[in-house]
Write a protein that binds this ligand. Structure first.
Ligand code: COA
Length: 162
């Protein structure tokens, strides 16, 4: 069975992430979308909230599931029996950091490959930070996040302010 892990902070999951999930799920027998709890970012959503949002969104993709992990991503992938880590690339600016991570991970566990998927052009401007900022100021985020996430953002920040 070909298993891949899609790791990230997912604070929150966006339509850009979802596009990567849909395409990676088509390439592997199983895809585990996993929330890293070792990210240096201070999240808006708790681990439970992020897993709940992932759970709702992943229902549409039967060969996917949500998980969380601490520590090194590549060690977690190895322990899970995964062949690959999936990462999305939006722009050249993502490349440097992703390249460094992929090479470091390869050094740590050579058997786990990193596979990059190019984000679809219409989602290439989306980031979790931008979504949170727009939602914080009451802007419209429905075309950036799945409905379950929009609901959670509204419950944190309140509804659109016109
Ligand atoms: N569409 C939309 N947005 C995307 C995207 C896509 N396809 N791909 C990435 N992004 C955005 C996210 O919204 C996020 O935006 P933000 O910076 O505003 O929050 C940003 O790009 C990156 O987010 P994400 O894909 O969730 O990854 P991450 O950079 O938060 O996670 C880890 C990185 C967790 C995978 C990495 O830090 C890690 O592996 N940590 C564990 C410790 C470890 O193993 N370290 C060794 C690394 S060498």
């Amino acid at each position: 069975m070909r298993l891949a892990i899609y790791p990230g902070t997912f604070d929150p999951i966006t339509l850009g992430h979802l596009d990567i999930i849909e395409r990676a799920a088509g390439l592997f027998d199983r895809l585990v979308v996993s929330v890293s709890l070792s990210s240096p970012k201070t999240p808006l959503f708790s681990m439970e909230e992020r897993l709940a949002m992932l759970g709702e969104v992943l229902v549409a993709y039967p060969n996917t599931s949500a998980d969380s992990f601490t520590g090194l991503t590549v060690k977690y992938a190895q322990k899970s029996g995964a062949q690959a880590l999936i990462r999305g690339l939006r722009a050249i600016s993502d490349f440097e950091n992703e390249f460094m991570m992929a090479l470091t991970n390869k050094k740590l566990v050579p058997s786990v490959e990193t596979i990059f998927l190019m984000t679809r052009a219409e989602f290439s401007f989306i980031s979790s930070s931008a979504v949170k900022e727009v939602a914080f100021y009451g802007g419209y985020v429905c075309d950036m996040v799945p409905p379950a996430v929009e609901k959670m953002l509204r419950s944190k920040y309140g509804g659109p302010k016109g």
